[in-house]
Design a protein around this ligand. Structure first.
Ligand SMILES: CCC1=C(C)/C(=C/C2=NC(=C\c3[nH]c(/C=C4\NC(=O)[C@H](C)[C@H]4CC)c(C)c3CCC(=O)O)/C(CCC(=O)O)=C2C)NC1=O
Length: 169
């Protein structure tokens, strides 16, 4: 599993280089956002259930067929599985925010996920929308907690979106 620092070191060590200007700028921007990343993780921790519920409700409002007979989130079992998946995306997304790197997502979340979803007919498009609603919900909660620049929240959720949908967003 990689984070912002270990991935940089690995990259420079491979070619035997000292840290140059680019490396310093990259590290500086990671450390400058460090306190806000930690604060955001705390905000998520104390609001995780609400964030999942809020984002899921937005998804079901946008794609109401999911909950109707024939929809993939129809029946209590599948509805719960859907909310549980949203909770996974939130929790692992928070890990990636702290790491400043999406490697944890590749390793723990995305490996084989498309295939699993396809075999169970879990629709990718709505899942991706759910992930984007999670991202927006975190950003609002973080902004409410006084964090002015929440752009570091984007990367992990956009990464999951890209990898799942294999399209550019
Ligand atoms: C930590 C990494 C990890 C992930 C990501 C994960 C996802 C995951 N979601 C699953 C199922 C599922 N996922 C959904 C999700 C949805 N259905 C919808 O209509 C919505 C679009 C969406 C919610 C946003 C549903 C309904 C199922 C159950 C499908 C079924 O069994 O018919 C399954 C199949 C096994 C199971 O039901 O538990 C996996 C492995 N498991 C993991 O260990």
């Amino acid at each position: 599993m990689q984070d912002a620092v270990t991935s940089l070191i690995r990259n420079y060590d491979t070619t035997g280089r000292y840290f140059d200007r680019n490396a310093i700028d990259y590290l500086k921007s990671y450390f400058d956002t460090g306190a806000d990343r930690v604060k955001t993780a705390l905000v998520v921790n104390s609001n995780s259930a609400d964030i999942v519920k809020f984002a899921a409700n937005q998804l079901f409002e946008a794609v109401p067929e999911l909950l109707l007979a024939g929809g993939n989130a129809y029946t209590t079992r599948r509805y719960s599985a859907c909310l549980r998946d949203m909770d996974y995306y939130l929790r692992y997304g928070t890990y990636a925010i702290i790491a400043g790197n999406s490697d944890v997502l590749n390793e723990r979340v995305l490996q084989g996920l498309r295939e699993t979803y396809n075999s169970l007919s879990v629709p990718i498009g709505p899942t991706v929308r759910g992930i984007q609603f999670l991202k927006e919900a975190i950003k609002s909660a973080a902004a409410e907690a006084g964090i002015t620049n929440t752009s570091f929240v984007d990367e992990p959720f956009d990464h999951m979106t890209r990898e799942l949908s294999e399209i550019d967003i």
